[in-house]
Design a protein around this ligand. Structure first.
Ligand SMILES: [Cu+2]
Length: 478
C-alpha cells in the first residue's frame, strides 16, 4: 500500500472511531481543565527509564514544549542478541514526559534523517483525533508540530500509530506521559519508570546475532521476549532499582504490548496504593495488578525490610524464561518482627514415619524377593526418595549431597549402605575425595524395602554389584 492510500484509510478509520466514541460518551461529572489561564512557557525535561522527571510543583497551567525524536537504532535485546529497535528518543521505552493537568502542550515530533520509515505519535493523554497521530505523520528528516490541552490527569501510554501499527509498537515505539493532577501527587522518596513490552524474533529466546521481526509470531501473540524497559536485564544486577529501608517508592508502570496483558507483581511486597489503569481511583493492599497493552498503573509502597524485591509479570514463565524480571534492591537494617529470615531448619519426622509404604508387591510381608524384584522395587524407591538428594544419575550435588556413583564410602563394606539408611548419617564424611557435612535423615522402611533399594544402589551407578536380603537388614538394625 502507498502512504497516501494508507493515510486515507487511517483517516477513514479514525473518523468512524470518533463517531463511535462521541455516540458512547456519557456527559461526565469530572470538571475538565480548560478554565485555567496559561501563564509562561517551559521546555519539558524528558528522561529515559527508569528515571522520572521531577515532580511538578507549579501551581498554574503553562505552555509545555515537548521535543521528541524518533530514532531507528540497533541495540541489544539481551546480551549477544541484537535487534533493530524503533524508538522515541533512542531507547525503549520512549522518554518519560511529565506535564500538569490544564497545561497547553506544544508537541514537536522529529524523525531522524537516518530513519527508513515515517512515524507518528498517538498520546493517550490527548483529546483529539488519533491522539495526535493524524497531525504528526512525520517523514524521515522532518519535524511536525501540534498542540493539545491536558484535560484529564492520569498516567498514559503513547505509541506510534503508523501502519502496520502492530509492527511499529512491537519494535519498541511506546512510552509514558504523566499528566499530574493540579494538586500534584503525594510526595514519595523514589519514583521509577517501568514499561513492559513483548518482542517477536525469528530466532527463539537467546538465539544470538541480529534478530529480525517475526510477523507470524506477532499475529499469534506468541513472543520470544517479554521484558521490562526494552531489554532482558534492564533492571537487574547493576541496573537494579535502588531504595533504602523506610522509603516510599512509586512505580509508574506502563505496558506497551503490543500483545500481552501484564500481571504486574513485586515479589515480597504488597502495593499500599494502586491507581488502576493510571486513573484517579486508588485501590489499597494489592498483590498483583493487571495492566493491559496500551495501559498503565501507578503503584506505591513503603519498603520496610532490606533485600531484593523482584518485579515480574506473574504469568511466570515470562519472568523466568522470557525476560520479564527486574530487581528493586533495598538496603538498610533488618526488622525481624516484620520479617525474621529463616529461624530454623530441622528434620521433620511425622509419627508413623515420613515414608509411606510403597504400593509395590509383597513389601509389607516378609516374603523373600528375587533379585529382579528387589531391583525393580529398589528403582521405584530410589526415584521416590533418594533421588531428591542424590540425583537421578547418583552423582549427588557438590558440597551438599555425596555421590552414590562409584562411592568409596561403602565399596569395601556394603553394609554401610544399610546402616546409612536405617540410622541416618550426619557429621563430616569424605566420599571419593570430596568432603560433606550434611544430614541424611534415617529412613523408615521395611526390611524388604531397604534390602531392595540397597541392592539397587549396589547394582547401579558404577558400583560393584551384590545383593541384600531382608534378613541382612534385620541383623544390621540396631
Ligand atoms: Cu512508527
Amino acid at each position: 500500500m502507498k502512504y497516501h492510500q494508507m493515510l486515507i484509510k487511517t483517516a477513514a478509520l479514525t473518523l468512524l472511531f470518533i463517531l463511535f466514541i462521541t455516540a458512547c460518551k456519557n456527559p461526565s461529572q469530572t470538571v475538565k481543565s480548560t478554565d485555567e489561564p496559561i501563564t509562561g512557557e517551559e521546555v519539558a525535561v524528558l528522561t529515559f527509564a527508569p528515571d522520572v522527571p521531577p515532580p511538578i510543583t507549579r501551581k498554574h497551567a503553562t505552555k509545555m514544549i515537548v521535543n521528541l525524536e524518533v530514532i531507528e537504532k540497533e541495540m541489544e535485546m539481551m546480551d549477544g542478541v541484537k535487534y533493530n529497535f524503533w524508538t522515541f528518543g533512542g531507547q525503549v521505552p520512549g522518554k518519560f514526559i511529565r506535564v500538569r493537568e490544564g497545561d497547553l502542550v506544544e508537541f514537536h515530533l522529529k524523525n531522524d534523517p537516518s530513519s527508513k520509515l515515517p512515524h507518528n505519535i498517538d498520546l493517550h493523554a490527548v483529546t483529539g483525533p488519533g491522539g495526535g497521530a493524524v497531525s504528526t505523520f512525520t517523514a524521515p528528516g522532518h519535524e511536525t508540530q501540534f498542540s493539545f490541552t491536558t484535560l484529564n490527569p492520569g498516567l498514559y501510554i503513547y505509541h506510534c500509530a503508523t501502519a502496520p501499527v502492530g509492527m511499529h509498537i512491537a519494535n519498541g515505539m511506546y512510552g509514558l506521559i504523566l499528566v499530574e493532577p493540579k494538586e500534584g501527587l503525594p510526595k514519595v522518596d523514589k519514583e521509577f519508570y517501568v514499561c513492559q513490552g513483548d518482542f517477536y524474533t525469528k530466532g527463539g529466546y537467546g538465539e544470538s546475532g541480529l534478530q529480525q521481526f517475526d510477523m507470524e509470531k506477532a499475529l499469534n501473540e506468541n513472543p520470544d521476549y517479554v521484558v521490562f524497559n526494552g531489554k532482558v536485564g534492564a533492571l537487574t544486577e547493576e541496573n537494579s532499582l535502588k531504595a533504602k529501608v523506610g522509603e516510599t517508592v512509586r512505580l509508574f508502570v506502563g505496558n506497551g504490548g503490543p500483545g500481552l496483558v501484564s500481571s504486574f507483581h513485586v515479589i515480597g511486597e504488597i502495593f499500599d496504593n494502586v491507581y488502576p489503569e493510571g486513573g484517579s481511583a486508588i485501590n489499597h493492599h494489592v498483590q498483583t495488578t493487571l495492566i493491559p497493552p496500551g495501559g498503565s498503573a501507578i503503584t506505591e509502597f513503603k519498603v520496610e525490610v532490606p533485600g531484593n524485591f523482584i518485579l515480574v509479570d506473574h504469568a511466570i514463565f515470562r519472568a523466568f524464561n522470557k525476560g520479564a524480571l527486574g530487581i528493586l534492591k533495598v538496603d538498610g537494617p533488618d526488622n525481624k518482627t516484620i520479617y525474621s529470615g529463616q529461624q530454623d531448619d530441622r528434620i521433620y519426622q511425622p509419627e508413623g514415619g515420613a515414608v509411606q509404604t510403597m504400593p509395590t508387591a509383597d513389601m509389607a510381608t516378609a516374603k523373600p524377593l528375587t533379585k529382579e524384584e528387589k531391583l525393580a522395587n529398589g528403582k521405584a524407591l530410589y526415584t521416590s526418595i533418594c533421588m531428591a538428594c542424590h540425583q537421578a544419575d547418583g552423582r549427588g550435588i557438590e558440597k551438599a549431597f555425596p555421590p552414590l556413583e562409584k562411592s568409596d564410602y561403602f565399596a569395601a563394606n556394603p553394609d554401610k549402605i544399610i546402616q546409612t539408611i536405617t540410622e541416618g548419617l550426619s557429621g563430616p564424611v569424605t566420599v571419593n575425595g570430596k568432603h560433606f557435612d550434611g544430614v541424611m535423615p534415617k529412613q523408615t522402611m521395611s526390611d524388604n524395602q531397604i534390602a531392595s533399594v540397597a541392592t539397587y544402589v549396589l547394582n547401579n551407578f558404577g558400583n560393584k554389584g551384590g545383593e541384600f536380603d531382608a534378613s541382612d537388614v534385620a541383623r544390621l538394625r540396631k
